[in-house]
Design a protein around this ligand. Structure first.
Ligand code: FEO
Length: 397
């Protein structure tokens, strides 16, 4: 049975939710599920904005059929060709062969790659092109690398709606509430929106900044993303966060302490440091890299101004989970932070040097000179070393 919601008088949400998905993109746990949004506009022409992931195709097609109510589908705008939005495109064209695909020139190539042999009529559009469909005239905004190179966004000047593709989205299924103002977004969604942004789009801050500049020139009264809730009130809440995240500006002062510990001694040092910082009034968050996924720690580091990496040395190298975190952190382009290091090694501690090397490629990440070396377990007198490190961190906050 169809399950749709009205967005405006002539625009409908025809997407669907997946709460069985264990990991989005094979990597990111989605304990709250995932929404694949698609929107259908009923004007003189009918226009579908993107399709959905294959897992939710059945519900999606019921929704489209219900909203069309016997009308034909004139256009499907493919804003993003990643399969979570395009896996049902070939099926859609099979059901509605009259529909013309509207997309960027790069998307036409990707359609051929993802659906070899699919015979489609595709109209390639570029930034500034317009598509009149009746009361609404749609215009297109290039958004390369937000989050793939082919992405376009669509702006409807009639109602001030930006169809923003992946941007302004979030992990999490929509539980009947379509609009961000129907939930307590800051309490219940913001952490997942941050985790989604940092891990899916975080690498492409400059490109997001470019889109934000273009968006600032538009009269935007609603944002319809491809994941997560629709924004129609307090839009500045999410655009301000995007400005911060994409400019790699911390949201708050504080220290993320991520430790990789084999026998608990590195953990012990991390916890003592955290307690000392808390005692000095500094906010901290502590994660075990063997337990908390790197994606979650990266989101926390995007939030805070400082981070500490504490790690065991194994086989003359970095503890593997620390290495994974540092690799992902650099891959997500972390910038503008202050970092500190704690290492452990029983006979040849090497972690501090290796952590510094891994972070050396990150733009404007200042690594404090002072660090602490633990040999197996904290020795008498090392509380003072940790206190000195806590002081050095505090002085930079
Ligand atoms: Fe939601 Fe980049 O796909």
């Amino acid at each position: 049975m169809y399950c749709c919601r009205k967005v405006t008088d002539d625009l409908y949400w025809v997407g669907a939710n997946d709460r069985k998905l264990p990991r989005f993109e094979g990597v990111y746990a989605v304990p709250n599920g995932m929404a694949y949004n698609s929107y259908l506009l009923l004007d003189e022409k009918t226009v579908l904005f993107d399709t959905v992931d294959a897992a939710v195709g059945e519900r999606f097609f019921e929704n489209v059929e219900h909203v069309l109510d016997g009308r034909s589908l004139d256009y499907v705008i493919v804003q993003h060709m990643e399969p979570d939005h395009s896996a049902t495109l070939a099926q859609l064209i099979a059901r509605y062969p009259e529909a013309e695909i509207v997309c960027s020139a790069k998307t036409t190539g990707l359609i051929g790659q993802f659906a070899p042999g699919l015979q489609v009529s595709a109209k390639a559009v570029k930034e500034g092109d317009t598509l009149p469909v009746g009361r609404h005239t749609l215009s297109f905004v290039a958004a390369p690398m937000v989050h793939w190179p082919e992405v376009i966004m669509t702006y409807d000047a009639a109602d001030g709606i930006l169809f923003s593709a992946d941007a302004f989205g979030s992990f999490g299924a929509l539980n009947g509430a379509l609009f961000a103002d129907e939930v307590d977004f800051e309490r219940d969604w913001m952490d997942e929106a941050r985790r989604y942004y940092t891990n899916i789009v975080g690498k492409y801050g400059p490109q997001v900044q470019s889109v934000l500049k273009k968006a600032a020139a538009l009269d935007i009264r609603m944002i319809c993303p491809l994941h997560g809730p629709v924004w129609r009130e307090n839009i500045g809440l999410i655009t301000e966060k995007y400005d911060r995240w994409s400019s790699y500006t911390p949201e708050e002062k504080g220290v993320v302490i991520a430790y990789g510990s084999v026998y608990g001694h590195t953990e012990n040092a991390a916890e003592i440091l955290s307690a000392m910082l808390r005692e000095a009034g500094v906010k901290t968050a502590v994660y075990d890299v063997s337990v908390t996924p790197a994606a979650d720690i990266i989101a926390a580091i995007f939030r805070m101004s400082h981070f500490v990496i504490a790690s065991a040395t194994t086989n003359n190298g970095l503890f593997v989970k620390t290495e994974d975190l540092l690799h992902d952190l650099a891959a997500h382009n972390i910038q503008n932070r202050t970092a500190a290091v704690i290492e452990n090694g029983s006979w040849a501690p090497a972690a501090a040097k290796l952590i510094r090397e891994q972070l050396s490629g990150c733009k404007n990440v200042q690594i404090l000179e002072k660090s602490v070396t633990v040999k197996s377990a904290l020795a008498p007198g090392q509380r003072e070393e940790l206190a000195a490190l806590a002081d050095a961190i505090r002085e930079t906050i």
